[in-house]
Design a protein around this ligand. Sequence first.
Ligand code: NDP
Length: 600
Amino acid sequence: MTNPEAPSSEELAELRRRYRLERERRVRPDGARQYLTADAEFGYYADDPYAAEAGERAPVRDRVDVAVVGGGFGGILAGARLRQQGIGRIRVLEKGGDFGGTWYWNRYPGIHCDIESHVYLPMLDETGYVPEWKYSPGEEIRRHAVRIAEKFDLYADALFSTSVTSLTWDETSQAWIVTTDRGDKFRATYVITATGTLSELKLPGIPGIENFEGHTFHTSRWDYGYTGGTPDGGLTGLAGKRVGVVGTGATGVQVIPKLAEDAGHVYVFQRTPSTVDVRANRRTTARDVGADRDGWARERRDNFLRIVSGESVEDDLVADRWTSSAGLLEKLLPSFRRPADRRAFEAAYEIADAAKMNEVRARVERIVADADTAEKLKPWYRYACKRPTFSDSYLQAFNRDNVTLVDTADTHGIERMTERGVVVGDSEYELDCLVFATGFSVGVSGVHSGKLSVRGRDGVQLLDAVRQRGPRSLHGFTSNGFPNLIRLGAMQSAPSVNFTHVLDEHAVHAAALVAAAEAEGAVIEPSREAEDAWIAVLAEGAPDHEWFHAECTPGYYNGEGRGRPNAPSAYPHGAAAFHDLLKRWREESMDEVLKAGQAS
Ligand code: NDP
């Protein structure tokens, strides 16, 4: 095994060659077009298995202060922060049957958050809740989402099992007209969209997928009626059954060990192995995290964000594999800070990356008994090419007699499906059930999907404006021509792995904007000059990730291997610095987006 602290230059050259081969083996000419969406004949894959039958209800026709599109953490936090600002009527509109978003839909066995719960669960200081595990099970997170919604009285005006179909700015009433698929048509002075980035499930476009006569479903719509059990396991319905799983990303890594506990046999159809690092989940107490101090959760969350944003901090409060991986470069080159010399930075980064990946591959070798299986489970790409995963039961599952790894890399995934099962190379695998852990289409939900029509001043369609002039905004949230519309999300702001933290900062910001507009009787709308200035900030010093992603194995991080053509630009100095900037701007410059009421 190689020296994890300092791979030699020969080793680095060999790794580069190996990574290139792996990428070439995996790139498909059809890129993102290889996937199917849950529309038309596949629409049933997206049905809500958790909601009671959405009965008839009278359409609403009133006016509210704020319509919030999306009832996941983004929408819940926006609602809660608006309440803290004293805003009266807030209507959350949600496709699912309750609040929770990602955690409403994803209830698959084994589901856990892969970010520490004490920094992932928002508003812990405000709700007084202290998570019971270092990494929460999904149900604890879903219940926390409901807890916040209840505490801030968001159920009162909420509409569930309802999708917004259009948003149209009405100059006369100075409000948005909101229509839905349940016949609603009402006005809202402000609209906040929080439609998520990973909410449209995708299916593999395997030839013959429609021919399979066994049972199938996507992990984000788990069919407990078929499998029995709960997210904790006990899938008694799978006893004696042959179960296939397509997908070995963050979801597959969590679900496969649970399937292995109860199914007759599990076939894991792998295309690209994940990096699987140590999890070390454990029960925690309030004392462990210092939850007796005011502001403990905020402090911990800020500490985590600064570390994963590449900043130096005195203490690492979370101290897990996210923070140690972020600190790797520092460890390797203690004097290293921001790259004055870009080449030196890239060289140092490559060494740190190789050391980390060597460690990850060594772990596979240590845990997986069968050498051939272990070899296939080793990831050959750079650490940041795909979302890292964490598990202390996934690799171990391959030591069980009832789990078979089927490597499909050479055939670009499963070749075809028959009535009986799945074909890879010369083998047909007969299955009773096939589970798709194949993830989600990125950035196609909500206002940029085209499914939700957004018309601003003079009837201008948001999508047309984006097509003609490119995405334009101030801080990612507001755009000229679209008054009182605030979009939460990663576009032109600053994302981070701890996305609920990011959403909370955005929600605080959105609520402050609404409160200021209310206080001044103004509308929220940045000038074109303010947009230009923000775009210049994004462009200046923007890290060029294109070269990095162009050499990565394909996945949703790099447009399935084609570089990052649709990547939204982000604030170049990281999420922590972005939040500092927003706070300063609110204190000093917020008036710049407030226009007199009847502006046009
Ligand atoms: P991903 O998109 O990460 O993974 C999809 C998987 O399906 C990949 O392994 C992919 O292989 C595989 N796949 C797709 N098509 C085929 C095919 N035709 N044949 C074989 N394999 C195929 O989806 P996930 O649901 O795992 O995760 C999505 C995101 O959700 C994560 O990146 C993470 O951000 C989030 N998540 C977060 C969790 C948390 O705890 N916070 C937990 C779970 C998910 P390939 O890599 O070769 O394309």
